[in-house]
Ligand binder design. Structure first.
Ligand code: FPP
Length: 263
């Protein structure tokens, strides 16, 4: 008895997380796994500053969380995971921080690509990729090419992404088709607009996760989030681990989605 109490008290946070993970996984209904989860990876800067460290330290720690979340997403059979890595507004940050983020992206893709391939993960970048620095564009192109035949999880990395820019681009592409008599204005409907977004062909997110205690959409997937369930937490992104994603999924499965109807 005393021995088991001592063992219980000695449990490490890692061991507890593992145990929680098993409990949460067992609670998940495999037939109701969301098809698409979107994540705003927020809080890296504050997490680092609270530790007296530069913001870059938080971004680097955030990459660990991304690794964890991609692995578990793949394991549980998500179809699409979309992560917000760099917004069209993030160019307002100091050049040094922008460079850190671009370098982390290149490093992440370079280090992870073999494991992503092994796990059958298809990497896609969404956003205005042509405006990224050359080394980031190259890394994205290589990841895209290496994983193009993968049929498991689709990992959308939103880079130089803005929901409004995405809609402007879609409207422009549709206008070009109308001007060229390829499309009649009467044929424009929600499905046509969806087909002209970066996420064309993918289901809309069922669940949006935003860590770090902010309650904003921040120009993310504005069209696609119309009926998405939100899961908000005070946990900062660098502390976000597999258990948090599993908890979000278990909570999601308890929700009753009505899509404006009654059932
Ligand atoms: C927001 O936190 C986070 C970002 C702008 C970047 C997210 C990037 C990563 C997690 C790592 C790099 C990405 C890849 C794909 C390798 P913030 O800096 O705005 O945090 P704050 O609100 O606390 O300041």
């Amino acid at each position: 008895m005393i021995k088991s109490i001592v063992n219980f008290m000695r449990r490490s946070p890692e061991r507890e997380a593992e145990e929680n993970e098993e409990v949460l996984k067992a609670r998940l209904d495999p037939s109701r796994i969301p098809r698409h989860v979107a994540v705003i990876m927020d809080g890296n800067g504050r997490w680092a500053l609270r530790r007296g460290m530069p913001r870059a330290y938080g971004h680097r720690a955030g990459v660990e969380s991304l690794r964890d979340v991609v692995r578990v997403s793949s394991e549980i059979g998500l179809q699409v995971l979309t992560v917000y890595a760099f917004s069209t507004e993030n160019w307002k940050r100091p050049q040094e921080e922008i460079d850190v983020l671009m370098n982390l992206l290149v490093e992440y893709l370079h280090k992870e690509i073999d494991e992503l391939c092994r796990n059958n993960v298809r990497v896609r970048a969404i956003g205005k990729i042509d405006e990224l620095p050359a080394h980031a564009r190259r890394a994205v192109a290589v990841a895209h090419e290496r994983t193009k035949n993968c049929t498991g999880l689709v990992l959308n990395i939103a880079l130089n992404y803005g929901g409004r820019t995405e809609l402007v681009e879609a409207v422009r592409a549709i206008a070009v088709k109308v001007a060229g008599n390829e499309l009649s204005p009467d044929d424009i409907n929600q499905e046509v607009i969806s087909r002209h977004l970066y996420t064309a062909g993918q289901p809309d997110p069922d669940l949006l996760i935003r860590p770090s205690g902010d309650y904003r959409v921040s120009n993310f997937l504005l069209w696609q989030l119309a009926y998405t369930e939100f899961w908000l937490t005070d946990v900062m992104w660098p502390d976000f681990r597999r258990v948090h994603l599993l908890k979000a999924l278990v909570d999601f499965q308890r929700r009753h989605r009505r899509f404006g109807g009654l059932n």
